[in-house]
Design a protein around this ligand. Sequence first.
Ligand code: ADP
Ligand code: MG
Length: 297
Amino acid sequence: MTTMNTGIDDQITDAEAGAEVPDPPLPKMHRQLHPVLKGHVEIEHVTVEFKDNVVAVKEASLEVKPGEFVCLLGPSGCGKSTLLNCVAGFVKPTVGSVKLDGARVTKPGPDRGMVFQQHSLFPWKTVKDNVAFGPLMAQQGKHTADKVARTLLGMVGLSAYENSFPGVLSGGMKQRVGIARALANYPNVLLMDEPFGALDAQTRAMMQENLLQIWGEFGITVIFVTHDIDEAVFLADRIIVMSASPGRLIADIKVDLPRPRAAEVVSNEHYIATKRRCMDLIRAESLRAFAQQDDRA
Ligand code: ADP
Ligand code: MG
């Protein structure tokens, strides 16, 4: 979440004055050992209407179980970001509500981490300080915040760059810092808005595998927005397909592929069938959108 730079990272807490500070709690590693209990998202009859009668999302209802990996798939402009932003608390539904673990979402909060398509790192802070920023804002103290940052940078494979500034990193590396930063407050839900959309195919594939590994270790709910069908099938437990604008949820497709998933999964029969089904739905939607544009012209 974007927050103002307050210079809080220069403060030294009591704990840091002493020599030994206990390690920060690690995220709940290995979902197989610990059932995921938090990160239950309920989207109930959400309609979002912007000014000039632009209806971005229409009557969307969706339940995401704790620990699930759900992809929101749909053509450009169909309302994916708007719906995700309702969960993030950046956009208030015109009608309906979003609940997280039973509590109504009214604003952004540390229980939700967000990763955008374009990185939103502070260019004047080092990689480590970018990741440590969230825990510092949550009054964790510099020692703990740094430890959390180092742990997460290790998970995204960027330990060697902790003292670098974002400007020298490649696009993929910046997004990895963005993921580490979004996880630094150990949120229950990770919201990702086309985070790999601007990356080349090889980098994107590596990022997807790394993300699945992190998700496997963290025990966290992920809602991942994409217009890329392969990406959705590779990543998701469930794919929610959205219609062309105004965005409605038109299909809920279970992806029954074994995990951990690797590149070879693309030749799996179920992968191919799921991809086909998504392609047919998206194609029908794109044609409908085209026809609508023609009608308006
Ligand atoms: P997607 O992420 O699927 O590409 P968006 O959620 O960004 O789609 O946008 C859905 C529709 O809502 C589009 O027609 C877009 O122009 C419109 N829209 C999005 N945000 C705003 C806003 N803040 N004000 C007005 N219209 C908006
Ligand atoms: Mg979008």
